[in-house]
Write a protein that binds this ligand. Structure first.
Ligand code: AMP
Length: 190
């Protein structure tokens, strides 16, 4: 199996690149942000609880997203592999993911990090907010909060996979096809 983590701050281009990776490698896309937004749409209790935090740009509890990923891994036992997008976002989530995959004698193949500076992220997210309809893309304060959450809680996840020798950084600014080319190189080397 190819199990890829696409890593990076909000607005780094994970969604855009995920689509291209899925098309090329036939992977199952697991975005915890998308899964949470589906729960909100469905009006579930979990969705209602998550929405309060998401609307403030704060991470939802680890147990919530770990449970969702657990269910999806069970659902897709015959997959060629997975692309994890927006997950793991804390070291606790990383440890849980490694344990869940180990149950199936699987592991993370590689983490590819898209590197984009904070000014560019803010500009991209404000622009995305014009059309995304996402409440958390609408104002500068909220976007800054999300980038702060990333810097405080999520950055250490990169070190976690670096220690396992699985971390590759790719410049996330520039032509989408060129960035995709760099990602495919990292995957081939994994
Ligand atoms: P995203 O679509 O990945 O930008 O996620 C949108 C929001 O959903 C985040 O700001 C968090 O509130 C929540 N969220 C998504 N994935 C996670 C995760 N792995 N851990 C905690 N919160 C998450």
């Amino acid at each position: 199996m190819l199990n890829l983590i696409l890593f990076g701050p909000p607005g780094a281009g994970k969604g855009t690149q995920s689509e291209k990776i899925i098309a090329k490698y036939n992977l199952i896309h697991l975005s915890t942000g998308d899964l949470l937004r589906s729960e909100i749409q469905a009006g579930s209790e979990l969705g209602l609880k998550a929405k309060t935090l998401m609307d403030q740009g704060i991470l939802v509890p680890d147990e919530v997203v770990i449970g969702m990923i657990d269910n999806k891994l069970k659902e897709h036992r015959d997959a060629a592999g997975f692309i994890f997008d927006g997950f793991p976002r804390t070291v606790k989530q990383s440890e849980a993911l490694d344990n869940l995959l180990a149950r199936y004698n699987e592991s993370i193949s590689v983490m590819v990090a898209l590197v984009v500076d904070d000014n560019e992220l803010l500009a991209r997210l404000l622009n995305r907010g014009k059309t995304s309809g996402r409440p958390d893309d609408q104002n500068e304060e909220l976007i800054t909060k999300r980038i702060q959450e990333y810097n405080n809680k999520t950055r250490p996840v990169a070190d976690y996979y670096q220690e396992q020798g699985k971390f590759v950084a790719v410049n996330g600014i520039g032509d989408i096809e060129l960035i995709f080319g760099e990602i495919t190189k990292a995957i081939s080397a994994a």
